[in-house]
Design a protein around this ligand. Structure first.
Ligand SMILES: C[S@@+](CC[C@H](N)C(=O)[O-])C[C@H]1O[C@@H](n2cnc3c(N)ncnc32)[C@H](O)[C@@H]1O
Length: 451
C-alpha cells in the first residue's frame, strides 16, 4: 500500500468508529474481514495510526475548535500529521492528493489550517488539564476522587500502548512449552510477574502468527483479568457461577482452575456474547461448563438455584475506565446512555441478585474493570450494609496460591490494580464470603489447594 492509501484506510476506520459508536475492536474486525490480502506491515501501520488518533482525540479536537474547524476524523488526521509527525502543509498536500485509494485532495481552508499550525506542538499551555490528559468530562471528578495527587500519572499511563498478555490454557499446554514456541518465533516473551499462567509479549506482532490462539492453547487476557479469575479460587468438583460471563474471558480461566471437574455455569443477558463464549470453551477443551442466557439479573433460574454455588463471580458491566489504554476509543463512549449513576444502580441490582446463589460458606467475587470508587469500594460497602451475612476476605487470604505476589499488589482488603502502579489494566475485585450460620460438618470442609 502507498503511504496515502494507509492514511485513507485509517480514516475509513475512524469514520466508522465515529459514526457507528461501536467499539473500535468490532469496527476493525469487520473492516479487516473482507481485506485479508492486506499484509502485516500495512495492517500494523494502519492500526497504529488509528490508535494514535484515538489516544490524542481531545487534544486534536482542541486545536480544531481553536481554529474554528469542525472536529472530524479527517481534520483530526491533518492536525496529527502536522503536529505529531511534523509534516509541512506541502508534504500533507502530496498525501491528500485525491488519487485512487488516497484521501481526497486538500482544500484551501484545510491548507490554511495547516499553515496556521506551523510551529505549534500537540500540547498547548492553554489546554485545560482534562483535554491535555484525554479525560472525558464525566470521568474527571470521579477519577480525581480516586487518584488525588497521582491523577496525572494515572491518566498518562492510560495513554500508553498496552503490552500483549496471554494466558496459557493448562488443559491444552504449559507455560514452559508456549514460552519455548514464542521464543522460536523470535519473540521476547516472558513469564508474567504474578499470574502463574500468564505470558507477556512486549513487542508488536501480528496475531496471525500465534497458532495457539486457534488451537485453544492460549488466550489473549490482560494479567489483571487473570488475577481476578484466580481470586475466585475455584476448585475441581465445585459448583461455580460466572454471572456476567460475556464472551468468557474469565470463564475460561476458571474452568482451567477446575481442571474440567465440577460444574461451571456461564451466565449473561447477551446471547451473542454467550455464543462466542461457548465457541471459545469448545476450542479450549472445556467440558464442565454450560452457558445460560438470563432474561435479566433476576431471571427465575437464580431463585431456583438459590444457595447452591461454592463460588459466584460477578464481573459487572462498568465504565471500563481501567481498560482505556487497551481501548482508547472507550473513554469517548462510556458510560453510554445510562450514565455513571445508572451503571452503579445496575451493578447493585446484579450483585444483590447473584448473591442469592452463594451457599453458606461460599464466596461471591465482585469485580470490575473500572477504577472508580463509586463502582468499586462504595458498591461493596453498600452491599455489605444491606447483606450483613457477608464478610470481606482479603485477596492474600482468598487465593493462597497467589499470596506472595499478591501481597505486593493487594495488601489491603481488595485487589485494586492500575496501569501506572502495576502495568496491568485497571481492575478491582472484592471477595465476599457468606458466613455459614450452620458450619459444615467435619469432613465437608473444602480440601486445601492441590488435593
Ligand atoms: C465486564 S463484561 C464481562 C466480561 C467477561 N466476564 C470477561 O471476562 O470476558 C460484563 C457483562 O455483563 C453482562 N450484563 C449486563 N447486564 C447484565 C445483567 N443484568 N445480568 C447479567 N449480566 C449482565 C454484559 O452483557 C457483559 O457481557
Amino acid at each position: 500500500m502507498t503511504p496515502a492509501a494507509r492514511l485513507q484506510a485509517a480514516l475509513d476506520l475512524l469514520c466508522d468508529i465515529d459514526s457507528a459508536m461501536r467499539p473500535a475492536d468490532a469496527v476493525v474486525a469487520a473492516w479487516l474481514r473482507p481485506r485479508r490480502h492486506i499484509g502485516d506491515r500495512d495492517r500494523g501501520a494502519i492500526l497504529d495510526l488509528m490508535q494514535a488518533l484515538l489516544r490524542h482525540q481531545a487534544r486534536l479536537g482542541w486545536w480544531l475548535t481553536k481554529h474554528g474547524r469542525n472536529d472530524t476524523p479527517r481534520d483530526r488526521m491533518l492536525v496529527w500529521l502536522a503536529l505529531a509527525e511534523g509534516r509541512t502543509p506541502d508534504q500533507i498536500r502530496r498525501l491528500f492528493n485525491g488519487a485512487k485509494a488516497a484521501p481526497a485532495a486538500l482544500t484551501e481552508p484545510e491548507h490554511a489550517l495547516l499553515t496556521r499550525l506551523r510551529g505549534c506542538t500537540l500540547v498547548h499551555p492553554a489546554m485545560p488539564d482534562e483535554v491535555r490528559l484525554e479525560c472525558p468530562a464525566w470521568a474527571a471528578a470521579p477519577l480525581r476522587r480516586r487518584f488525588g495527587a497521582t491523577f496525572e500519572t494515572e491518566m498518562a499511563a492510560l495513554l500508553t500502548p498496552p503490552p500483549l498478555d496471554l494466558r496459557v490454557n493448562p488443559l491444552r499446554s504449559s507455560r514452559a512449552v508456549v514460552l519455548g514456541g514464542l521464543k522460536d518465533l523470535g519473540l521476547h516473551a516472558e513469564a508474567s510477574r504474578l499470574a502463574p499462567h500468564g505470558i507477556r509479549v512486549p513487542e508488536r506482532l501480528s496475531l496471525a502468527r500465534l497458532e495457539g490462539l486457534r488451537t485453544g492453547e492460549i488466550e489473549i487476557q490482560d494479567e489483571g483479568s487473570q488475577l481476578v479469575a484466580l481470586l475466585v479460587d475455584a476448585r475441581p468438583g465445585e459448583r461455580v457461577a460466572d454471572f456476567c460471563a460475556g464472551a468468557g474471558g474469565k470463564t475460561l480461566a476458571i474452568a482451567a482452575q477446575m481442571a474440567n471437574k465440577g460444574r461451571l455455569v456461564a451466565c449473561d443477558v447477551s446471547e451473542g456474547r454467550l455464543k462466542r463464549c461457548a465457541e471459545r470453551l469448545r476450542r479450549a477443551g472445556v467440558q464442565n461448563t454450560e452457558t445460560r442466557l438470563l432474561t435479566s439479573e433476576t431471571d427465575r433460574w437464580v431463585k431456583r438455584q438459590k444457595g447452591s454455588f461454592d463460588r459466584v463471580l460477578v464481573d459487572a458491566p462498568c465504565s471500563g475506565t481501567g481498560t482505556w489504554r487497551r481501548n482508547p476509543d472507550a473513554r469517548w463512549r462510556a458510560p453510554e446512555e445510562r450514565g455513571l449513576d445508572g451503571l452503579v444502580a445496575l451493578q447493585g441490582r446484579i450483585l444483590a441478585s447473584a448473591a442469592r446463589l452463594v451457599k453458606p460458606g461460599g464466596r461471591l467475587v465482585y469485580a470490575t474493570c473500572s477504577m472508580l470508587i463509586e463502582e468499586n469500594e462504595d458498591q461493596v460497602a453498600a452491599f455489605l450494609s444491606a447483606h450483613p451475612g457477608f464478610r470481606v476476605v482479603p485477596p492474600r487470604e482468598a487465593a493462597p496460591g497467589l499470596a506472595p505476589g499478591l501481597a505486593t499488589v493487594a495488601g489491603g482488603a481488595y485487589l485494586s490494580l492500575t496501569p501506572a502502579r502495576h502495568d496491568t489494566d485497571g481492575f478491582f475485585a472484592a471477595v465476599l464470603q457468606r458466613e455459614d450460620p450452620a458450619p459444615a460438618a467435619e469432613g465437608e470442609n473444602r480440601p486445601p489447594h492441590g488435593t
